[in-house]
Design a protein around this ligand. Sequence first.
Ligand code: PLP
Ligand code: COI
Length: 338
Amino acid sequence: MKKTMDWSKIGFGYIKTNTMITCLYSDGKWSELQSNTDDNISISALSASLHYGLQAFEGLKAYMGADGIVRLFRPDENAKRLQSSAGYLGMVAPDTELFIKAVEMAVRENIDFVPPFGSGATLYIRPLLLGVGPQIGLDPSKEFLFLVAVTPVGGYNDVSGATKVVIDRDHDRAAPHGTGCYKVGGNYAAAMMSGYRAKKDGYSSVLYLDPKEKRWIDECGTSNFFGIRGNSYITPHSSSILPSITNKSIMTIAESFGMDVQKRPVEITELDSFDEVGSCGTAVVISPIYQIDDPAEHRIYTYKNAGAAGTTSNKLYDALYKIQFGISPDTFGWINTL
Ligand code: PLP
Ligand code: COI
């Protein structure tokens, strides 16, 4: 696999790997983890995940270091977030130990698909929790399928370097006090066409505003938003933003650099005052933004270093990248090695 693949050409698609791991919750307990060569699943057509959106998922990556060691980045945080998403939907999630065991098993069984160091690609890991079992009433499921699928991926955006994003004032990805802070499919379904239209118009993503007042910045469709002003790292806080593990880690790194880190409501008027802006998440890593368009208000915000990352964004990216690939020591205790 590794020998024949041109890693520079893979984007964020799906390449079938050796196996997918599954585990079923019924009668109050989880089954043993199972390895499946087939990536099709068989569930009741009356499953609540299919009708009522009773599902939650996660996203993390395995990184091949220059030393040949494969590393996972903070999988315990993904386990906790899945538990939080599941809790909101009345679902049962695997505990952290089972979650990590399943993720590690999926990576081990597909170790040939972990792209080599320096290729710019990684192995994306997609844990998924589904409410299964036949039912028609609007009630929480009693049975759950947990699975972990993996696939090698390259960069998330079609272009590398800085991109532009657009504010879509006509659509929200989540309601105030709804599911925005949970990683559930419904948020992505709600934002699907808004994001698709933005991409067709040449943007990498939509930048959503808070759904209640349209006054504050929330986040992008696939990532959190940040701005840099002088020595400050500023990222929005609201009830409808997904708590990004990448962003949480960048905040820790920024603090370790002596930066002033602010997680607070960020009013749209502040966009004018940032030196650099970007988005961050597992899929997009740290993606610099050179322009934000607000068509409804006839506003265009531009940032210096158009086409490239600003100095501070670059410094943060470099520090994160080096920890993930084992180039820098794991001083924060974020890495699980396989
Ligand atoms: N916000 C949204 C809506 C996302 O889909 C993601 C991706 O997971 C993120 C933020 C970034 O979260 P993380 O850094 O944990 O991947
Ligand atoms: C991730 O970054 O892991 C995500 O889940 C984003 C996804 C929509 C591709």
